[in-house]
Design a protein. Sequence first.
Lengths: 77, 580
Amino acid sequence: MPLANTPTSVPVVVDNEKCIADKGCTVCVDVCPLDVLRISDLTNKAYMAYDECWYCLPCQCDCPTAALTVNIPFLLK
Amino acid sequence: MSLDKIVDGLTEVDCDVLVIGGGTAGPMAALKAKMKNPNAKVILLEKANVKRSGAISMGMDGLNNAVIPGHATPEQYTREITIANDGIVNQKAVLKYAEQCYSIIQELDKYGIRFQKNENGDFDVKKVHHLGTYVLPMPNGDTVKKALYRQLRRVQLLISNRYIATRLLQGKDGRVAGAIAVNTRTAEFLIVKAKAVILCMGAAGRLGLPASGYLFGTYENAANSGDGYAMAYHAGAKLANLECFQINPLIKDYNGPACAYVAGPFGAYTVNNEDARFIECDYWSGQMMLEFYNELQSGKGPVYLKLNHLHENTISEIESILHKVERPSRGQFHANRGTDYRGNKIEMHVSEIGFCSGHSASGVFVDEFARTTVPGLYAAGDMASVPHSYMLGAFTNGSIAGQHASDFAKDVDFAAYDPEDIARERERVLAPTRREDGIPPNQIEYKTRRFVNDYLQPPKVPQKYRLAQSRFAEVREDMETGMIARNAHELLRALEASSILDCADMAACSSLFRTESRWGLYHLRTDYPGRDDENWFCHTLLGKTDGRMICEKRAVDPYVVPIDDDEKDIYYRQRIEARA
């Protein structure tokens, strides 16, 4: 059976003004236990690539510029 | 798609001691293996990043099982855990933990982790268990991973992050020879030859499906998908008492701890919808969970954790702990719903099932030296069978494993494995990447875990269990012939889906084998509602024999700390009876 893309609202929000991934920072991507964050090829900023979040907060707490906010995923909010 | 592009590659390395899993037990095991023999080459392999991996990713509020001179003795603790676990324990391993954990506390203290003291300078130990006093708060518990990491840097330990181990390598005689791992971002293979391997891969926490339906909304760190249980099984190690599930009382929907271990000593407690207490003790045991479940079934639900009778200063202090460590996002969860501890009680529910000896007793069978039944293979932490061992158990048993494995590795050479094993494993792992279309890992996982909820959640009905086994076999067929992974990240999830399905099969098999009820809700069978000490005062060991999943009995070793007859059932006296 072929695959489809189903939209999902993801809990991690990145403030592109504050994010310094374009200067080489990868802290949030490095620390995530579920490995769901990536740096965008288009914007060079961090974003949540996979909706697989444990809402555990290392990305938010370890971000040097406080650019990340982890929300509670919608299904359990 | 360039994201997580699959790269063809294979690297081989060797070491004396390979530790798999960089959460709690793993870093301690690696550290101790290296300290025991500074010339040894020790590698710590981790699926995520050792800095923030495992159950204590965001730290921990305290030690739940500290045996501190003046407050408790190792014998007392061993007695309590024996009773809490309905007698089915390897006491030697529990006693060894209890004797050694105080020295680990002192060591953690040296690493910069502080433990709460009273005005006299004594450890401020709190009572949460039914009998003894073992809970010690950690005021800077949010720093525990960082403190550990500093120690790993100090001894210049070799760390490989972002590799998921998939199978163990073994020599002809069965002795462990190393492990096969796959990079979670490139799918490149890493073969680690090792003289001894320590598995510290955490709980099987992604087994049942949370009621929210969100696959990653689990109690355990969702990275703990039972890979260690599956790997040990395929290597022929025995797994003990898997039917003694982990089931926890959690904040409904958020699915994390509320947490009565923190709030209880301040005066918080569990109530029903009449605001009345119904359990004597908030310590997480199967018997307590059964009363919790019964209350929800009786029409007296919902069940709540009640703090709103406490003084403002007390509530602020509790908030400063609960919203900072372990699961700090619970503060945001409560705020979203307008829940304030001052005015509102916290709605609780019964969690989905998992395996975790850290809270119950389901784990890879180990002796008092953390040895599994496979020569050269050790296990520690939530996935090893020392019951109710929590974080301090992971540290202490990790330490025991690291030291013993280091000595073991000194005296042996590498076991020779069959290179064909690697070729076969490569084919198995990469099969989902070779398909043009198929079923993505998240759907394989969802279906497995939904069936776990439908059929395996206690009370256990054998007819439902057999249906589960049929459904799991169908999912397995789909997984093996039709699962697709389009990039390295999806391949990581595909490998985890395979571990989850193995754990689901193990949960069904071991639960059907034990034809009695024991451990309260954890193993409550509708067809055998009573405890049957005559036939079932034993461990169940699950293993792979001639490619098949087989269970057998193993006698409980003679106790080293005797239990009086009138003590045996104390944990069954949980319910607060109506008083005249």
